[in-house]
Ligand binder design. Structure first.
Ligand code: B12
Length: 212
């Protein structure tokens, strides 16, 4: 069931959304829970767009509200973060895809759970992924995809890492509304989800497994 905050995002009541979040953060409420309510609101906006009830203008506006909300929530997430990072994660949305909301949520949740995130942004060429992975040496790489035309580039990036002999050193995750178990097979990834919290749980489990 969506909360009042999620409903305010869906109905594009910007001032109300930001005032509510500021008041919650000042009152010491759980930033992760507030972030989850915002995510639910964005999911509903997506559904309305798909049904044709919302148009691009509403989408853009909701995305702007969501971004502003994140800037208020983020410093409060940072406070509960452990000082030594659990592991490094490189995140990217690949070539031709400019959707960033889901990736940004994933990045924020990973940071909130103690991971060091290197977000390469959107419309990223596979060669840049390879260069950054070589430089940063992360334990995890995550690709976010919202349009299917980005799938071949995710596969290309995975291939490039394999050819460079570094693919086995990382766990490759893919996520985003259009990804499926089939996409995971095509790309040759280790994990796929359409839920950022599942992605965080995967990383935490993997790190737990390495300690044993
Ligand atoms: C918002 C939106 C936009 C916004 C993007 C704003 C922004 N700054 O990101 C705008 C308006 C710019 C946009 C533009 C376009 N869009 Co658009 N857009 C959407 C919409 C409605 C919602 C996407 C979204 O943000 N969802 C909310 C987020 C929070 O969900 P999410 O991304 O799935 O992320 C969650 C999980 O998947 C997970 N996750 C995400 N990434 C990752 C990564 C990892 C590693 C992990 C573990 C987890 C994880 O965490 C998140 C939280 O749980 C979808 C429809 C839909 N229902 O998905 C269409 C949609 C994605 N868009 C689509 C299209 C076609 C376009 C355009 C080409 C439209 C056009 N004709 O111009 C353009 C340009 C696209 C381009 N070149 O990239 C299509 C794609 C179709 C396809 N099958 O390829 C969709 C599916 C709509 C449709 N049904 O036609 N869009």
């Amino acid at each position: 069931m969506n909360s009042d905050l999620a409903a305010a995002i869906v109905e594009l009541r910007r001032d109300e959304v930001l005032a509510e979040i500021k008041s919650r953060m000042a009152g010491g409420q759980d930033p992760l829970r507030t972030l989850e309510e915002c995510r639910q609101g964005m999911a509903t906006v997506g559904e309305r767009f798909q049904k044709g009830d919302y148009f691009l203008a509403e989408l853009m506006l909701s995305a702007e509200i969501f971004k502003e909300a994140m800037t208020i929530i983020q410093p409060h997430l940072a406070k509960s973060r452990p000082t030594k990072p659990l592991a490094k994660v490189v995140l990217a949305t690949l070539k031709g895809d400019i959707h960033n909301l889901g990736k940004d949520i994933m990045a924020t949740l990973l940071e909130a759970h103690g991971f060091e995130v290197h977000d390469l942004g959107v419309d990223v060429p596979p060669s840049l992924v390879l260069a950054k992975v070589r430089e940063i040496k992360p334990q995890f790489v995550g690709f976010s995809a919202l349009i299917t035309t980005a799938f071949p580039y995710m596969r290309e990036a995975a291939e490039m890492m394999r050819e460079a002999g570094i693919r086995q050193e990382i766990k490759l995750m893919i996520g985003g509304g259009v990804t499926t178990a089939m996409t995971k097979e095509c790309v040759g990834a280790d994990f796929q989800t359409t839920d950022a919290m599942e992605g965080v749980a995967y990383c935490l489990n993997e790190m737990e497994g390495r300690k044993r």
